[in-house]
Design a protein around this ligand. Structure first.
Ligand code: FAD
Ligand code: FES
Length: 282
């Protein structure tokens, strides 16, 4: 945890840029924000997989994954799906507007330990948000990793986040990107079908590889089954959980799965830890 930034104190920040990733009722908006206090900005540090409590004054706070890698600069990015009161208020924020940020919370993907390996990310819908920092981290430290395979799907092409960045991934050496949509669309040049089926089509080798997945629980359930069919060991598979949270510090019992607290023990878990906790994928 960061020594100079108090993780329980909300710090004021300002929206620098804001744009919609997707449309519809449950649309996703990305905010790029900067802490107002230069000292906080300089002392802040996070790693892929960590999250923050974002607050809109007078409305409330929501736990949101940090969707950028520290290698991208001294700003933070959040991609937020419009769900209820707080996320609707976050969606109303435009460049120049204020918000509060506290954190970073939770553990991180062990990206340093993974050096030397190939990383396969398998995402669905808004689940790509916590995977994006891994992709950016590996891109920035490309020679430290054997390679990167990105597998990502959504219901329709309009529901895919980070579209332009994903297209650009194809130009990166040793990186491959495989996209899917659930329902056939005219002119769609990529895979049509669910993400677990696309995973089987891509057929990544488990040799010297780490697989990381995030998305709706039903997708994660079948991705895990398919990774086992592809002979990935439990220790080679990671996921991140987004159970509802209140305190964020292991006190209220709101976020527990089995005997694990997602806020304190996670949100990042290896399948070796989660496989004995059936509630995790319920
Ligand atoms: C570790 C973690 C990381 C997260 N990262 C992101 C992220 O990067 N982007 C993002 O858009 N959301 C993320 N979430 C979910 C986000 O926190 C909730 O969607 C948000 O708090 C809802 O608040 P609200 O006031 O808008 O809606 P509420 O009024 O609280 O809820 C609206 C509806 O959403 C449902 N809901 C609320 N929270 C959750 C949840 N955690 N899981 C499933 N359904 C929920 C409620 O049951 C209700 O039906 C994350 C959650 C956690 C715990
Ligand atoms: S959110 Fe309170 S114990 Fe995890």
């Amino acid at each position: 945890m960061n020594e100079k930034v108090n993780p329980y104190k909300p710090y004021m920040a300002t929206v620098q840029e804001a744009w919609y990733e997707t449309t519809g009722d449950r649309c996703i908006k990305t905010l790029k924000v900067l802490f107002d206090d230069e000292e906080v900005r300089e002392n802040w540090s996070h790693l892929p997989g960590q999250c923050t409590m974002i607050g809109v004054l007078g409305v409330g706070e929501s736990m949101i994954s940090i969707s950028c890698s520290p290698t991208e600069g001294k700003f933070l990015r959040f991609s937020v799906m419009r769900m209820g009161k707080v996320t609707q208020a976050i969606h109303q924020l435009e460049p120049g507007d204020k918000l509060t940020v506290r954190g970073p919370y939770g553990n991180n993907f062990p990206v340093e330990e993974w050096k030397g390996k190939r990383i396969v990310t398998i995402g669905g819908g808004i689940g790509q948000a916590p995977l994006r920092p891994i992709i950016e981290y590996v891109k920035a430290n490309r020679s430290d990793y054997e390679g990167l395979t990105v597998i990502y799907g959504a219901r329709t092409s309009a529901d895919l986040c980070f579209k332009n960045e994903l297209k650009d991934l194809r130009n990166c050496d040793g990186v491959s990107c495989h996209l899917s949509i659930d329902i056939e669309e005219e002119g769609w040049p990529h895979y049509v079908g669910f993400v677990p089926s696309l995973l089987m089509e891509v057929n990544p080798s488990p040799e010297n590889t780490i697989a990381v997945t995030c998305g709706p629980p039903i997708m994660i359930k079948f991705v895990l089954q398919n990774l086992k069919k592809l002979n990935f060991a439990d220790e080679q598979i990671y996921t991140t959980l987004e159970n509802r949270m209140k305190c964020g510090i292991g006190k209220c019992g709101r976020c527990n799965v089995g005997n694990l607290y997602v806020c304190k023990d996670g949100p990042v878990f290896s399948y070796a830890t989660l496989k004995n906790v059936p509630e995790a994928f319920a």
